[in-house]
Design a protein around this ligand. Structure first.
Ligand code: FAD
Length: 478
């Protein structure tokens, strides 16, 4: 067997897969037998992501760089067009291969396809792997041979499918004789757009591969039992909280799937199944996005383009600021600012109020979530919004208008969640409710001493009727 340094180095191009365990491209790079140089590139695709995602990514890069140092390796950071950077690095290091894990959203796919063919025409080995999904979108087909459009049959198709076992993290790193130069992460200012929000989030978001694995273990041990009954209760913190780790790839769905398998039998079989079904919603979202990349930006059902959506404006601004006067909606919008996340049930409630009572286009909400969620995911965000708005595949019908008040009474019966995030009018506001005012832009001019809006910006009865009328009108014109 040749010594490691007789084989040319491989560049491991990391993107939203910032982990050492179950990283197929990393595994394949090490298997080649030569040195491996991990690189992360701040290219136009990465720069175009939202402020919260870039902040989250910066933290994750820092954590990965530390883990790599623990193995005697370095994370090389470069800025520029991905192809130019990879070509330069290959020249500098003598690398003859570039390996990466696939992404499935339109902009990343377009970039990656161009990079792959250009590198191959340069004579380099360019290979990509599945590190982000249980099953790649094109491997799951209906009996007729096309993609699934409805979740339940999709779930049935994959529920018992064999999932590749996760790959262990390397115990040693094949380092090159010298490391190429790297940019300094701090100099990039990836978190710059977060301004006042960053210190608030930093106290509430655990970052890195180790934190992700610990969260998974704690969830399975402590919270899974009650997941099926309590996952809709934001006051119980009953869900896994893994979405922001998945969003930057600090953990893989295969690791989650494998760790949950032993629990599919016995006392926790029901909640384990429910949890895996939720994980598979993420897969389904990627399945749809792969087959309809335009879903990220346009109505999945084209007829919705004729719906009388309202554009951005005063109502949407009140929604963004958590000042609609509907506590369930405002609590959710403030949770987003304080934690970078939002409970799934309250995502649905907040999105429903924007797209139904306010009649504002789902794209306005999608863009806000894209900028503010630390768990922003191109597929799940697009699917979530189009599901609520009724314009997506397998979506909730538009005429199903949630009443946020009734929803809150059902899922936050003691008002714990609303008290946690709303300060106005409370004798002793919760620390998280006060933190919202720390995190919110100063230009919004909000203060915990303000009066809470006396009446909703759009009344529930009036908003519901308006939505139903618009729907009827649109339907009659089709
Ligand atoms: P758990 O209940 O513990 O679920 C485990 C995992 O399953 C999650 O981490 C997630 O990967 C997946 N999952 C659960 N529910 C869904 C779902 N409805 N759709 C897709 N995957 C799901 N999720 C994101 O990860 N990023 C987004 O940008 C995003 N935007 C959304 C926008 C709207 C309008 C709506 C209604 C939902 C959105 N979701 C998004 C889905 C869902 O709200 C979150 O995945 C969930 O709240 C994450 O919390 P958790 O990790 O504790 O979930």
């Amino acid at each position: 067997m040749p010594a490691a340094n007789d084989i040319s180095p491989a560049l491991l191009w990391l993107r939203r897969d910032l982990r050492l365990a179950d990283n197929p491209a990393l595994h394949a790079a090490i298997e080649r037998g030569g040195p491996v140089i991990p690189v992360w590139i701040l290219d136009p695709v990465a720069e175009a992501t939202g402020a919260a995602h870039r902040w989250r990514m910066e933290g994750s890069l820092r954590a990965l760089a530390r883990d790599l140092e623990g193995l005697g390796a370095r994370l090389i950071l470069r800025r520029g067009a991905a192809l130019d950077v990879l070509r330069d690095l290959a020249k500098e290091t003598g690398a003859d291969a570039v390996l990466w894990n696939r992404l499935y959203d339109g902009p990343a796919r377009a970039r990656d396809e161009a990079v792959k063919s250009a590198l191959r025409s340069d004579g380099l080995e360019a290979r990509s792997f599945n590190g982000a999904l249980l099953h790649e979108p094109w491997t799951v087909e209906t009996g007729q041979g096309g993609p699934y459009k409805v979740y339940t049959p999709y779930w049935r198709a994959v529920a018992e499918r064999v999932v590749h076992e996760p790959i262990a993290a390397p115990s040693r790193w094949p380092s090159p004789q010298g490391w190429p130069a790297s940019d300094a992460l701090d100099a990039w200012g990836m978190a710059a757009d977060m301004r006042r929000g960053a210190p608030v989030l930093a106290e509430r978001v655990e970052i890195g591969e180790r934190a992700a694995l610990q969260r998974l273990a704690a969830f399975l041990e402590e919270d899974l039992r009650a997941y099926a009954e309590e996952r809709d209760r934001p006051d119980r913190e009953a869900t896994s909280g893994l979405s922001h780790h998945l969003a930057v790839g600090e953990i893989s769905p295969r690791q989650i799937w494998a760790a949950t398998q032993p629990r599919r039998q016995g006392a926790v079989a029901k909640p384990a199944q429910k949890f895996l079904q939720e994980l598979v919603w993420r897969e389904f979202a990627y399945h749809l996005l792969h087959h309809s990349p335009e879903m990220a930006t346009d109505n999945w059902r084209p007829e919705w383009s004729a719906f009388p959506w309202r554009e951005d404006g005063e109502a949407a601004e009140a929604w963004r600021r958590g000042r609609t006067g509907i506590e369930a909606v405002d609590a959710a919008m403030r949770e987003l600012f304080v934690t970078g996340r939002m409970h799934n049930r309250f995502r649905m409630i907040a999105a429903n109020y924007l797209t139904k009572h306010m009649l504002v286009h789902w794209k306005v909400g999608e863009a806000w979530f894209r900028d503010t969620l630390v768990d922003w995911d191109p597929a799940s965000n697009a699917l979530g919004w189009q599901w609520v708005a009724g314009s997506g595949p397998d979506a909730a019908p538009y005429f199903r208008v949630f009443n946020p008040q009734t929803q809150a009474e059902k899922f936050d019966p003691d008002g714990v969640y609303r008290d946690r995030f709303i300060a106005e009018g409370r004798a002793k506001p919760h620390a998280d409710a006060l933190a919202f005012f720390e995190a919110a832009p100063r230009a919004w001019g909000l203060s915990p001493g303000d009066r809470y809006p006396d009446k909703p910006i759009v009344g529930l009865k009036e908003g519901r009727q308006q939505a139903l009328d618009a729907y009827q009108d649109w339907k009659s014109r089709r």
